[in-house]
Design a protein around this ligand. Sequence first.
Ligand code: LLP
Length: 416
Amino acid sequence: MDSFLLRNGVLFAEEVSLEEIALRYGTPCYVYSRATLEQHFRAFDEALRGQKHLVCYAMKANSNLGVLDVLCRMGAGFDVVSLGELERVLQVGAKADKIIFTGVGKREDEMRRALEVGIRCFNIESESELHKLNAIAQGMGKKAPVALRVNPDVNPQTHPYIATGLKDSKFGIPIARAMEVYRLAQKMDALEVVGIDCHIGSQLTELDAYREAAVHLKHMLQALAAEGIHLHMVNIGGGLGIRYKDEKPPSPCAHADMLHSVFGPQNDYEMIVEPGRAIVGNAGILLMRVECLKQADTLHFAVVDAGMNDLIRPALYEAWMDIVPVRKREDVAAKPWEVVGPICESTDFLGKERRLALKEGDLLAVRSAGAYAFSMSSNYNTRPRAAEIMVDKGCHFLVRERETLPQLWAGEHKLP
Ligand code: LLP
């Protein structure tokens, strides 16, 4: 679904012109569409209708309270990876029993707090973590629900920086060792072993690797059952890709069909999915203004007011993200531009060789910037982080104020 469409030559977010947003809130800013968020969440939820399931939004993709609130109201669960994410999602009233906690390095205070509020499940990534959680839960007189995150060693065919299910990745428990670790977990008094989990990578555009991983999980469930260890929760992780350019990722429905073909239609497991990007990625754009046009030896540069501190994906993964004008111009010829930010780094680019008709002062939008965009932004070059705006039909709401300069050094001190 696309809620960012042209109307009379001007780009809109739902029913609000992006020119109006820029005027009102300034640039750079992130603009989200509530309708898109809702539609994408619903697609996952409905794909698993009739099956016991929970869609746990991976909030690392975008953890703005406005975004979390919209999803929480729709009944979403949440996948958190830090105490910060846990406390953040509790702020919007998320129910603890819909929260699962993943991550390779959970600290003691994080485990303690998660046990205190009573989360649904810990996804455990190592034996060491198992011992630690058992001891903490024991001390608190609680039983910790756990799933083991197994590493199935499958190749998800994605950028190496976002592949997580290969055997030399730091994530999960190698599948060959998992039986043994399950037996160990089963013997621990303060743990309740409820499920199995994996997450093989992000921006996956084929189902093959998912199917391969799911088959591994199924065999494991059967082997465990044969030993009297019966699990009821199956978590296949997140990772379903989106279209940035011309990718054709599988739909949530096709993904659910794949799960049913492996685990059986309407099976008795509780199926958990952890989509992040597929829910929020195409629900957001980064709105920015051209500050200056300049010419190098052979290249034309369009310097915009958003930089790699606002959006690091192109610099970090050489990710291609579409850049479009907010208002189409006919008065200058289109030519290839290097769209770069103001930061003192040569990796500070948002797009290379983009054919655009541009003048200084024009507004541009980076599309598909709802996921891993603001949430990965920083204050590099002492730049305040951008404002975030949520559009809901004809209304717009400031869901995060632009940072002010004094906020950037609040908490820092000169020497006495
Ligand atoms: N579950 C786990 C355990 C994860 O580690 C992740 C993402 C997800 C779910 C959600 O994956 P998604 O559905 O969003 O693909 N910064 C990178 C992506 C990093 C993904 C990290 N883990 C990027 O900008 O492409």
